[in-house]
Design a protein around this ligand. Sequence first.
Ligand SMILES: [Zn+2]
Length: 265
Amino acid sequence: MPELPEVETYRSALEPRLVGRAFRRVAVHDPRLTRPRDPREVAAELEGERVASVERRGKYLIVRFVSGLVLLVHLRMTGGFPVEPASHERAAIELDDGARLAYRDVRRFGTWVVLAPEELDDYLATRLGPEPLGSGFTASFLRRRLEGRRAPVKAAVLDQRTVAGLGNIYADEALWHAQVHPLRPAGELTADEVGALRRGIRRALRNGIARQGADLGDGAYPSGSMQDEFAVYGKAGEPCPRCGTPIEKTRAGGRGTWYCGRCQT
Ligand SMILES: [Zn+2]
């Protein structure tokens, strides 16, 4: 599932292809992508629009048009914009330079939402906390979000209102960096541990961006190399890169969770 580093990699790849270009023709083949709106209506609304910028917020891609209109794309499980022709195409955009941009989604959970400019901030504000790599993601913000919560810290940091863009993979990697056990009740972390967790989250995400995300072999996202450098994610039985103890697997918040039982306390 694409998380912040994978979505950021798409953003930076799409930016030079899209900025300054107009959407000449748009075809949405799958009504699930735009529901409850009619896909033909959404496609017609996007035709003729010229791209001003390609931005990212959490796991959302934001295509902002010169007119002010916004296309908000969430890739969910398996959405993506392949460079090569691929199966499971759900939409296609023909640009005014003749290029064709395909949207692919095997599991069909991705969404396209068209918003007026004044709707965007509210839409995102109700769903997302601050950007974890921005200045708003402070230790005191994170402490307030975790305060009093009995849920495992792993589950707490997967809440997008706490850490926008964090998902299962980078949460495990962040907790390993922070040396915090994923099943600790979130509200019981000390101030030092919250500070370490904040740094761990930022480090895990920056590493992911630098490696252009992770390719998990599902064909959804083909170019990253972060999977070669995971410390704990998917590594049950392999030695912890810090202390050599075999990595363990458990569940937290309903998700498979990998950690070192010795150096994460
Ligand atoms: Zn260890």
